[in-house]
Design a protein around this ligand. Sequence first.
Ligand SMILES: [Zn+2]
Length: 103
Amino acid sequence: MSLQPTNIQQIGNELAIQWNDNTESYLPLEVLRRACPCAACGGEPDVLGNIIRPTVTYREESFQLNRFDLVGGYALQFRWADGHSTGIYSFDYLRKLTAGPRY
Ligand SMILES: [Zn+2]
């Protein structure tokens, strides 16, 4: 059984995800945005596999969510109020964020 969300909703400034293994994730939007895995935010590995994290400037709108879409049944794509929407968050990645440090 692969990991799938059964319910996703935004509650205040957190995203609440219910999973099909009966667990729940509460992810603050700011944590989500700072963990954006797209090339512009997360950096891409160079030829040696090192990841150079670019400097990203955030605004207030950067942590506000306009909407989210399911992508290919394996990920979520978030559309942020500052227009950024290139990050594809796989379900596994979202689960890892749940266990990660909170800001
Ligand atoms: Zn990004």
